[in-house]
Design a protein around this ligand. Structure first.
Ligand SMILES: Nc1ncnc2c1ncn2[C@@H]1O[C@H](COP(=O)(O)OP(=O)(O)OP(=O)(O)O)[C@@H](O)[C@H]1O
Length: 247
């Protein structure tokens, strides 16, 4: 009998606000160890806000907000990151005046206590994204959106996360880069990294994710977990397996 993977991220009854405006209403979501989970929904429904709420970047309140059993509610963002949550925001936050290598050096963080995944060296991320190795001396501000997206993921990885939050990784990125990114994310998943991926268009999620949650406009409530596929994920899409390539 196979053991159920432990829950990494547990969210129940999550509310979040910008100023007086409440954006999330009682959101519930879970990610188990080794799982890739999609967060889908139209523009402006609250996907980014969910990720910011996990990272402590917006005012929020929850019945439960825990990572590996540790309560995140009272922790500052840097402490949440140190527990093992990597975050790639929608706007990527690349340092424009620093080189690729310097951006990566700034992301380096030792493996968190209890980490089970191997240490991510700079060479390991260059192996994952060879394009970055070829431009290690380039300034962040001189990279394309897609290259910056790869760098943002690579920088999160050298922080040695157990869970990676990716906010719309294919947005504004050329199709070829989406292909590279999809392959890289499949490799990461096969290596045991857990993923929570927000997307408006769910092609990338369909290739990678085991299941998904949908946030809907208006009520801004999560309808899920969706055990099959989110409605706009093609019903004939094959579940991702460590060796499968969707490309
Ligand atoms: N800094 C902010 N101040 C006030 N309202 C905000 C702020 N950021 C987002 N909002 C609002 O919160 C709601 C949810 O936004 P959010 O960015 O979480 O949506 P999303 O699902 O990630 O969509 P998108 O694809 O546009 O990023 C939207 O109505 C948006 O206008």
């Amino acid at each position: 009998m196979s053991a159920t993977p432990p829950l990494l991220l547990e969210i129940e009854g999550l509310d979040a606000w910008y100023g007086e405006a409440q954006i999330l209403f009682g959101l519930a979501l879970q990610v188990a160890a080794g799982e890739a989970v999609a967060l889908v929904g139209r523009n402006g429904v609250g996907k980014s806000t969910t990720m910011k709420a996990i990272m402590g970047l917006v005012r929020r309140r929850a019945h439960r907000l825990a990572f590996r059993g540790s309560d995140l509610a009272a922790l500052p963002t840097h402490a949440i990151a140190r527990l093992g949550i990597g975050y790639v925001p929608e706007d990527r936050r690349i340092f424009a005046e620093l080189t690729v290598r310097e951006n990566l050096d700034l992301g380096r963080r030792p493996r968190p206590p209890g980490a089970t995944l191997p240490d991510w060296s700079i060479d390991a991320v260059f192996d994952l994204f060879p394009q970055l190795a070829d431009m290690r001396a380039r300034l962040g501000g001189q990279m394309s959106g897609g290259e910056q997206q790869m760098l943002a993921v690579a920088r999160a990885l050298v922080g040695n996360p157990a869970l990676l939050l990716l906010d719309e990784p294919s947005e504004g990125v050329a199709p070829i880069v989406v292909e590279h990114m999809t392959r890289a994310l499949l490799r990461l998943k096969a290596g045991g990294l857990s993923l929570l991926i927000s997307e408006q268009s769910s092609d990338l999620c369909a290739a990678i994710c085991d299941r998904g949650y949908r946030i809907e406009q208006g009520a801004l409530r999560v309808h899920g977990p969706i055990t099959t596929r989110a409605p706009d994920i093609p019903p004939n899409a094959q579940p991702a397996s460590p060796t499968a390539s969707p490309l």
